[in-house]
Design a binder for this molecule. Structure first.
Ligand code: AMP
Ligand code: ZN
Length: 488
């Protein structure tokens, strides 16, 4: 089985060859934790969660690093006084690190809700200031960077003069870049408008600041990813991911920094996830066209007619390939909900099927498995994989209606393969089972409270608990082994 990955740098699908056989080093740009993540951000992280799960399922040992951007960096207009963290501290009257903590916790909660696995390492930009200063020093020493008025800039023209190619990832040529730049940041300090900041001098209003050989300041955004990916994955590693919008300038700058520092391209496979749109417009905080994950799950929003369980949102996202734009709509969510229920129903039915070794089955399990793995290894094609899973679903319904048969061996194989794809690879959760689990936990708490009430001879309360549950159709039964319940 050969894994093919679309490499944004090459502009085509390539056969994946890890640096160290059987191992994968993967870095994904994490969130800037100055406000709540919106559903669009979730799509990108979910795309890479699916890729992470797929790589592990295919037998790779993965070291997955996803950072937290918690050092202030500039807004798109490049105005130093417009640092997102500084703005938010003023708005919320909180310390910068309180903002960081608040939104890091929110980020983790949201990803947990959508059943994303945590990365193996989650480094923070503020925890790697020393590494970033060291890299900046190295770039100055080797002539790739220069200091100007307490800030340090990467010299893009010098980089190109040495035969390196700024713009290779975003396929932009440097003359074009110079002609079209609107970057106001560092005007008068930079040799060229495309030079980007490695270190920025902090203005008096800037509260997130650190000492450096160039005075008090803070690191440039692009540098943190080079510092942390090099530290945990090496100077050249296998996969670097992020949203499509990070290709330029962020990832372009990472390539330039890596090549200038180490003489080698830092990443073998660049992977970019496409955007989530709503009403055909990119989801983004700045335009107001966004929805928070909790608003979709609770139903408190003006875009969707009902609430949707996170597992259904996850299923909906995975029905589009990670490199395609996905437009989220009420109809798309309703269709996903239907499909999801049918898939879960089929899994339930599968547990009650009686095999038959006598009759020949019309379903070729080996062929089906091959098609599923072909989809997975073809640049992680989740929609094609899901389409194949639904062929199995159709077959399972035919088994239920006794229009088809399956041998005992194939039944076990189908069960384990389907469960692995649905739960391990796609990362879906069985909503019904979860609800039952929750109900059970809640009833155990009530039984315990009733026992305590009885012990302290508060029979009024213990009877109330029993009677109220009975009125809801839940009968408590006291026996030698303790109290059990029956759902009527
Ligand atoms: P940020 O916190 O702004 O750096 O964004 C975190 C991640 O979310 C980045 O990888 C972005 O590319 C990604 N992102 C932002 N907007 C969207 C969107 N509408 N759809 C998908 N991903 C997005
Ligand atoms: Zn990054």
């Amino acid at each position: 089985m050969q894994l093919k990955i679309y490499n944004s740098l090459a502009g085509e699908k390539e056969i994946f060859k890890p640096i160290l056989e059987g191992n994968v080093g993967m870095y994904v740009c994490g969130p800037t934790v100055y406000s709540n993540v919106h559903l669009g951000n979730v799509r990108t992280f979910l795309s890479f969660d699916f890729i992470y799960r797929s790589l592990m399922h295919l037998g790779y040992k993965v070291r997955y690093v996803r950072n937290i951007t918690d050092a202030g960096h500039l807004t798109d207009d490049g105005d130093v006084n417009n640092d997102r963290f500084v703005k938010q501290t003023r708005l919320e009257k909180l310390e910068p690190m309180e903002i960081v903590q608040k939104y890091t916790v929110d980020f983790h909660k949201v990803l947990d809700m959508f059943n994303l696995l945590p990365p193996n390492i989650e480094p923070t930009a503020t925890g790697h200031i020393v590494e970033q200063i060291e890299l900046t020093q190295k770039l100055i020493e080797t002539g790739f960077a220069y200091e100007s008025n307490g800030s340090v800039y990467f010299d893009v023209l010098e980089y190109n003069a040495r035969g390196l190619n700024y713009g290779e990832l975003s396929k932009r040529n440097i003359e074009e870049l110079f002609a079209n730049t609107r970057d106001l940041d560092g005007q008068g300090e930079k040799k060229n408008p495309q030079d980007f900041a490695l270190w920025k001098k902090a203005s008096p209003a800037h509260i997130m600041r650190w000492n450096s050989p160039w005075g008090e300041g803070f690191p440039g955004w692009h540098l943190e990813c080079t510092a942390m990916s090099t530290k945990y994955l090496g100077e050249t590693f296998d996969i670097h991911g992020g949203g499509m919008d990070l290709k330029f300038p962020h990832h372009e700058c990472e390539i330039a920094q890596g090549k200038a520092c180490n003489g080698a391209s830092p990443v073998n496979y660049w992977m970019h996830a496409n955007m989530l749109t709503m009403n055909s417009q990119r989801m983004s905080k700045s335009t107001g066209n966004y929805i928070l994950p909790m608003q979709l799950v609770s139903g408190e929003n003006d875009f969707f007619e009902k609430s949707f369980h996170p597992a259904i949102v996850r299923f909906c996202f995975l029905q589009a390939h990670y490199r395609s734009v996905l437009d989220i709509s009420n109809d798309a969510m309703l269709a996903s909900e239907k499909g999801f229920s049918r898939l879960m129903e089929a899994l339930k039915i599968l547990n009650s099927i009686t095999p038959n070794d006598e009759k020949q089955s019309g379903f070729n399990l080996e062929d089906w498995k091959t098609k599923c793995y072909d989809a997975l290894t073809d640049d992680f094609n989740s929609p094609v994989l899901i389409a194949h899973l639904f062929e199995a679903v159709k077959f399972i319904f035919a088994l239920k209606d006794e229009k088809e048969t399956i041998s005992a061996k194939d039944l076990e194989d189908l069960k384990s393969t389907l469960n692995a794809f649905v739960f391990d690879v796609l990362g879906l959760q069985n909503i019904e089972e979860n609800n039952n689990e929750k109900l059970d936990q809640t009833l155990q708490v009530l039984i315990e409270l009733r026992n305590q009430a009885r012990k302290s001879k508060n029979f009024d309360l213990s009877d109330q608990i029993r009677d109220k549950l009975l009125a809801e159709g839940i009968e408590l039964k006291d026996g030698r082994e303790g109290t059990t319940y029956v759902l009527n």
